[in-house]
Design a protein around this ligand. Structure first.
Ligand SMILES: [Zn+2]
Length: 331
C-alpha cells in the first residue's frame, strides 16, 4: 500500500480514537453508542420525527417505523457521505429530531463530532452498532488497518438485514408504545431482504468464475464481493477522500488486460475521471474495456430511477454487474 493511502488511513484511525474521549476501542464512537443503547424514551405524540444520514439508513428506518414516523434523510441522491459536512440547516434538522439514525464506522466522518455532541441530548443510533459491539467477524478492515472498519456494509444484503434488525430494536426501546408494530414491520421487511439476498446470489452465479472481478472508482464493494463470491478492486481506497495512487492504477490496468475483464464501473456519487483514464490506458494496451452501467455505491437513486429504495438499488447494481461481466470476454 502506497504512502498516500497509508497517510489517509492513519488520519482516519486517529480521528476514530479522538472522537471518542475515554473510549479504548479503535472503532471509536460507534462502540460507545452501541454499548450505551437508547436511554431516553419518546414522550410526545406521533408521528415521531426521525432524521437519518444516508438514504439507505432512512429507507431501513421507514420500513420499520411505517405510519408512526416522518423519516428524513440528510443526504440525497448522488451525495457522497464521506465528504458531507454540516451547515446551519442540517444542524437545525438534527436538533429538531426525536431520534437520529446513521450508518457509523466513520462513513459520515465529517459530521462525527456533531453526532457525538447530539448523543448527549437524544438517542443517536449507528445501524452498525451491534456489529461493532460484538466484534462481528463479518466486519472487514482494509489490509494493514486492523480495528478500522470498512463502512459499506449495506452492499451485503444479509449483513444489512442484521443492521436493520438492530435499528428496529433500538426504535422499540425508544418508543415502546408502538413496539409491536415496529417488530411486525421489521419482521416483514426482513423476509423481503432474505428473498433479495437469495435473488442476488442466484443472479451473480451466472457470471463465469474468471470474470468475477469488479473494478470501481472507490473501494465500496468489498462486502458485496465477500458475500457473493467476486473479487473487487477500487481505484481509490474505502473513502472517496483518499488520494488517487497512480502506481495502483497501473497495476489494475495490467490485471484487466491480462484477464481480459470485459467491463469496469463508475459510481453515482463519485467522479468518473479515474475510471475513464483506466479505460483509455487499457485501450492503448490493446484491450477494449466497456464502461458498465453506473453503480449506486454510497447513495441511492433519485425519484423515478427505480433505485430510490434499498431493494431497487441492490437490484439495479446486480443487473448492471451481470450485464457488464457475464457477457463474452473481449478478444
Ligand atoms: Zn464509500
Amino acid at each position: 500500500m502506497k504512502s498516500s493511502r497509508w497517510e489517509t488511513w492513519c488520519a482516519v484511525a486517529v480521528l476514530a480514537v479522538s472522537v471518542c474521549t475515554g473510549c479504548n476501542s479503535p472503532s471509536g464512537s460507534e462502540s460507545a453508542h452501541s454499548a450505551k443503547g437508547v436511554s431516553q424514551q419518546f414522550d410526545g405524540q406521533p408521528p415521531l420525527s426521525i432524521v437519518c444520514t444516508t438514504q439507505q439508513v432512512a429507507d431501513a428506518v421507514r420500513n420499520i417505523a411505517g405510519e408512526h414516523a416522518e423519516v428524513e434523510a440528510l443526504m440525497g441522491p448522488g451525495v457522497d457521505p464521506h465528504l458531507f459536512r454540516t451547515k446551519p440547516s442540517v444542524i437545525l434538522q438534527l436538533q429538531q429530531a426525536d431520534i437520529i439514525f446513521y450508518n457509523g464506522l466513520h462513513l459520515e466522518g465529517k459530521i462525527a463530532d456533531t453526532l457525538e455532541q447530539l448523543s448527549s441530548r437524544k438517542p443517536v443510533v449507528p445501524l452498525t452498532g451491534r456489529l461493532v459491539a460484538d466484534h462481528d467477524s463479518r466486519l472487514l478492515s482494509p489490509t494493514g488497518f486492523s480495528g478500522v472498519h470498512d463502512p459499506h456494509v449495506w452492499h451485503d444484503v444479509s449483513l444489512w438485514a442484521d443492521c436493520v434488525d438492530y435499528a428496529a430494536e433500538q426504535l422499540c426501546e425508544f418508543d415502546p408504545q408502538r413496539a409491536d408494530d415496529y417488530r411486525a414491520n421489521a419482521s416483514a421487511y426482513r423476509k423481503q431482504l432474505d428473498e433479495l439476498d437469495a435473488e442476488v446470489r442466484a443472479q451473480l452465479e451466472t457470471i463465469p468464475q474468471e470474470q468475477r472481478l469488479l473494478v470501481t472508482a472507490h473501494d465500496a464493494f468489498s462486502y458485496f464481493s465477500a458475500a457473493y463470491g467476486l473479487k473487487t478492486i477500487g481505484l481509490k481506497g474505502i473513502s472517496t477522500d483518499d488520494e488517487a495512487d497512480f502506481a495502483h492504477l497501473d497495476a489494475v490496468r495490467k490485471i484487466l488486460v491480462d484477464n481480459r475483464v470485459p467491463a469496469v464501473f463508475v459510481e453515482s456519487s463519485t467522479s468518473p475521471r479515474l475510471v475513464n483514464k483506466l479505460i483509455e490506458e487499457c485501450q492503448s494496451a490493446g484491450h477494449e474495456v466497456r464502461l458498465g452501467e453506473e453503480l449506486y455505491s454510497d447513495a441511492m437513486g433519485g425519484a423515478g430511477s427505480g433505485a430510490e429504495e434499498y431493494v431497487g438499488m441492490i437490484q439495479a447494481n446486480v443487473s448492471a454487474i451481470v450485464d457488464g461481466l457475464a457477457g463474452e470476454q473481449q478478444p
